[in-house]
Write a protein that binds this ligand. Structure first.
Ligand code: ADP
Ligand code: MG
Length: 249
């Protein structure tokens, strides 16, 4: 689904990513792990077009996307969540999820300008779709709450509903269980497994090794902006380079 070839990125003179290369197979969960500051969020930002890639190639299926703006990449079906939540606190939970559909909605808006009743049907359909996504994540009864009034765990689930609402081809999850308690973590793990069962392709950035070992099909390890290991969760867990990166500092 996704192929990274020698992706590099600098901040000022400091390298955040150096020649990162790996593939994200369709219908699988690829976990991206590594110590704090390894470059995981930067990589997610480069794939989603939030950051510009300095050099290298990012192919979605066979299409190079590394020069596209964020909305262009979203338009191609790449959705993401943010490590630090990015919800509109004063908008309703439903409206927040609807923002995950705006690109498609705008297009259909112009198409339906000429047919007003069709526009209303369209809007109803979009709201229905957003409500289904919320229901998926156990939040349908809070659809009309202001997002700011939800608990941290619920907000994390709203972000996931917003990422999945548009039937994305690829979902990038940046630390979906960071800061959550055991119950909330188990709940998110269940949602991730359910989405994988439905055929979704995910790149999962996560610190929680238990979650990674539980849901990932393959693991890629970043350390100081470099890819230092990759393979099955079992192989990566016992790789001495990985143990060094985690424990050797
Ligand atoms: P991770 O998500 O793996 O913890 P990040 O991708 O957030 O790591 O950060 C990788 C490196 O890039 C860190 O050294 C961080 O300080 C630096 N960095 C990240 N974003 C910026 C930025 N916007 N400006 C300058 N440096 C940044
Ligand atoms: Mg990060």
């Amino acid at each position: 689904m996704l192929l990274l070839k020698n992706v590099s990125k600098w901040f000022g003179g400091l390298p955040a990513l150096q020649d990162v290369s790996f593939g994200v197979p369709r219908g699988r969960i690829t976990a991206l792990i590594g110590p704090n500051g390894a470059g995981k969020s930067t990589l997610i930002n480069c794939i989603s077009g939030v950051d510009t890639t300095a050099s290298g190639q990012i192919l979605l299926e066979t299409r190079p996307i590394e020069r596209l703006p964020a909305h262009g990449i979203a338009d191609l079906g790449v959705a993401r969540t943010f490590q630090n939540l990015k919800l509109f606190a004063r908008l309703s939970v439903l409206d927040n999820v609807l923002t995950g559909l705006t690109v498609a909605a705008e297009r259909s808006f112009f198409r339906s300008m000429l047919r007003l009743p069709a526009l209303r049907t369209q809007e109803r359909q979009l709201r229905l779709k957003a409500l289904e996504a919320l229901d998926d994540f156990g939040l349908a009864e809070k659809a009309n709450w202001p997002a700011g009034a939800l608990s941290y765990g619920e907000k994390k689930r709203v972000e996931m509903a917003r990422a999945f609402v548009g039937d994305p081809r690829l979902v990038l999850l940046d630390e979906p269980v960071a800061g959550l308690n055991a119950d909330e973590t188990a709940r998110i793990a269940r949602h991730i497994r359910q989405k994988r069962g439905a055929g979704h392709t995910m790149l999962l950035v996560e610190h929680d090794m238990e979650l990674v070992m539980d849901v990932a099909d393959q693991v890629v390890v970043l350390d100081s902006g470099r890819c230092i290991a990759g393979g099955s969760p079992e192989a990566v867990r016992s790789n001495p380079l990985v143990l060094d990166a985690y424990l050797g500092r």
